[in-house]
Design a protein around this ligand. Structure first.
Ligand SMILES: Nc1ncnc2c1ncn2[C@@H]1O[C@H](COP(=O)(O)OP(=O)(O)OP(=O)(O)O)[C@@H](O)[C@H]1O
Length: 273
């Protein structure tokens, strides 16, 4: 990956937006997965949604995006997303899914360029500005050397960075990331999270992510929301939410939480048996 990280590849047009989720309930068939979830993320804030497997984190992100049917309301800068034209929604919010469906027969660059679709006239070829944004984002994410490779030949971690690059090329006001570091080694995970952090600090990009790595969640997000049994069990600053008691109650985990200068770190504790 390129060590050159200052600046920003793709500032969101108009800065970040305030995201409000009010009374959001959703499920699958008759099974309710989310029950009256209420969350607010300020412009430039980073909310990490944490919680055990199956607690509804991905369903929450997909509902906020309007990809999953739900009750309740999602508002972007006070405007309900229901009825928002698809193109406008795509300029406001970009999404990097946990398990993306990657198209065959396209290069990594072509794939990232898809992120520019909401910004250019329908059916128009990429313009100079589109190519520039795509090149910058790919460079920042260390993807420039493989820009002409077929997307499906990239490694798992490279594909994950390509998915993030596509979302950043969209220049959203709100970035929704579902497990953005799942396939990444520690160095790349930090570089990806550092880049997102820089975008929110410099340009006010609003970030909502799920993160299984609670230490990374505690170090990068300024707020955590702990989902458990479809409800927000705790919400607040990382040091308030990440407690040994909460990890035991909601994850059934034995862990110590150590507080360092860059935030809380979670240390699993082996069973004495
Ligand atoms: N398409 C589906 N049909 C039926 N049930 C589903 C479907 N997708 C998800 N679920 C169920 O909804 C619940 C919440 O799933 P979701 O993927 O939102 O959880 P999650 O917190 O993101 O999980 P993980 O941490 O394992 O990724 C789980 O019990 C899951 O099995």
């Amino acid at each position: 990956m390129s060590p050159r990280m200052p600046g920003h590849p793709a500032p969101p047009a108009g800065g970040g937006a305030r995201v409000e989720v009010v009374g959001l309930s959703a499920g699958y068939g008759r099974t309710r997965v989310l029950d009256s979830v209420r969350l607010t993320v300020e412009p430039g804030g980073w909310l990490a949604v944490i919680g055990p497997n199956g607690s509804g984190k991905s369903t929450l992100l997909r509902s906020v995006l309007g990809f999953h049917p739900h009750d309740g309301q999602v508002r972007i800068d006070g405007v309900p997303t229901t009825g928002m034209p698809r193109r406008e929604r795509a300029r406001s919010m970009a999404y990097a899914p946990q398990t993306p469906v990657l198209p065959e027969g396209v290069t990594a660059r072509d794939y990232v360029t898809l992120g520019r679709t909401p910004h250019r006239p329908l059916l128009a070829a990429p313009r100079g500005v589109d190519r520039q944004v795509v090149a910058d984002v790919m460079d920042r994410l260390g993807l420039a050397p493989m820009a002409d490779r077929q997307l499906t030949t990239l490694s798992g971690g490279e594909q994950q960075r390509a998915v993030l690059a596509r979302a950043l090329a969209q220049q959203p006001r709100v970035l929704l990331l579902d497990e953005p570091t799942a396939a990444l080694d520690l160095g790349h995970a930090q570089q990806v999270l550092d880049l997102v952090d820089r975008l929110r600090r410099q340009d006010g990009l609003t970030v909502v992510s799920t993160l299984h790595d609670l230490t990374l969640a505690g170090q990068y997000a300024d707020r955590l929301a702990l989902l458990s049994d479809g409800r927000v069990a705790a919400q607040g600053a990382p040091a308030e939410v990440l407690t040994a008691q909460a990890l035991s109650t909601h994850y059934g985990a034995r862990a110590e939480v150590v507080h360092g200068p860059s935030g809380p770190a979670v240390l699993p504790v082996r069973s004495a048996d």
